[in-house]
Design a binder for this molecule. Structure first.
Ligand SMILES: Cc1ncc(COP(=O)(O)O)c(C=O)c1O
Length: 385
């Protein structure tokens, strides 16, 4: 018997064997799915000179990073330790972009000493960079997404407004003054428009805004459109068409090239698009109990190991790996923490017996990398197949 949901195919026997070898809970990553996602990303944007910097915050497993390196990815890093890990894996410093916020400038200086590229998101860092290095250390300038997202496509959550990342529209003239004062070389312009891009015109709109700025900054050779493209997490989940996103970039880029003779490179920083689907979190159902009219399945993982349902209300499909077929029953799947640790409510699964293995899908991004040892529970094992 085997389960097939999205691209995951694993037999009950295989799941049981991996659980026997590594214990549960267990994160399993399928390298074939990562390769496929990279191929599809590349295919969509192949009409442009482009580079992909994998956002390693999504999953910094070192086997996965080795695979990313082998497949020609660069790295988008958010801490000095992410930089160190990537260098140890073998990434060149020049293929790493550091996008810090809130940290002391000393951390940026350490990154500069290592030869990593900087993405500057506030005037304070820009001024300090200029004072310390003038035009010797080139940088990317990160722009606030509120500048970019077209009115009509602003999502109901208002993410673009609440975002604190990037230089605000009102501050762009000040940024230009600082750049001029210190002769800072701005080589790329960046925006991360959201972590749930659904509007397929958003890259084009971002490019138009960034290009306006590029007109004033002659050293700019690239536009970095960040990450945020999400693959579907369940059958009815909305997701953007990559080809449409790519098409939206054609006009602004070609017009800019005709007007100025400058051919801009495109950089991207996808995280979840590349690794979400590759991850399966395997957990053991240890307790089945009735609470009123609910049937609760108590499993040996929880929000300490997959926080997305709790933090973002994210829905992850769950399958019964031990019994993929059979009449369906409704369950609430709850974790083992001493908390209201519900991972999924009201799910129909083939009858679950104590001891069955369940698989939580789309767990490759922001799963293990956001895990903690809350309740003094150790981190789970990870294995790549
Ligand atoms: C600057 C930047 N780049 C890339 C990403 C990756 O986003 P995603 O995993 O949604 O593609 C993020 C996510 O927070 C980000 O802030």
């Amino acid at each position: 018997m085997s389960s097939t949901v999205n691209s995951w195919k694993i037999s009950s026997a295989q799941a049981e064997e991996l659980a026997r070898q590594h214990g549960t809970p267990l994160y399993i990553y399928d390298s074939k799915i990562v390769r496929r996602q990279i191929d599809s990303f590349r295919a969509a944007f192949s009409r442009f000179d482009h580079r992909i910097h994998y956002a390693m915050k999504a999953n910094s497993n070192t086997s996965l990073l080795h695979l990313m390196k082998e497949l020609g990815m660069g790295i988008d890093a958010v801490s000095i330790d992410e930089i160190r890990i990537s260098l140890e894996v073998g990434f060149y410093a020049s293929d790493i972009i550091f996008t810090p916020n809130g940290v002391a400038f000393e951390e940026l200086q350490q990154a500069i000493d290592l030869g990593v590229r900087l993405n500057i998101e506030n005037l304070s860092y820009l001024e300090k960079l200029g004072e310390a290095h003038g035009g010797d250390v080139p940088c990317t300038l990160r722009v606030h997404p509120g500048l970019v997202i077209p009115e009509a496509s602003r999502d109901a959550t208002g993410w673009y407004q609440r975002s604190r990342f990037g230089i605000d529209r009102q501050q762009i003239p000040l940024a230009l003054q600082i750049i001029k004062k210190h002769a800072i070389r701005v080589e790329a312009l960046h925006v991360h428009s959201s972590s749930m891009i659904l509007d397929e015109t958003v890259f084009g709109a971002a490019a138009e805004i960034l290009i306006d700025l590029a007109r004033e900054l002659p050293d700019v050779v690239a536009l970095d459109l960040g990450g945020g493209i999400r693959p579907p997490h369940h059958a009815d989940d909305d997701h953007p068409d990559l080809d449409a996103l790519a098409r939206s970039l054609e006009k602004p880029l070609s017009e800019f090239q005709q007007e100025t003779g400058r051919k801009l490179q495109l950089w991207f920083e996808p995280g979840r698009y590349l690794v979400s689907e590759c991850g399966l979190l395997v957990t053991r159902a240890n307790v089945i109990k009735k609470v009123g009219d609910r049937t609760v399945v108590g499993v040996d993982t929880g929000f300490h190991q997959l926080i997305r349902p709790k933090l973002y209300g994210a829905r992850h499909e769950i399958v019964n790996l031990s019994r993929p077929e059979g009449p369906l029953h409704d369950y609430d799947i709850c974790g083992c923490l001493c908390e209201e640790d519900e991972l999924a409510g009201n799910r129909s699964l083939p009858q679950v017996h104590e001891g069955d293995l369940l698989g939580i899908l789309n767990a490759g991004a922001y799963g293990f990398s956001m895990a903690s040892t809350y309740n003094s529970r150790p981190l789970p094992a990870e294995v790549m197949i």
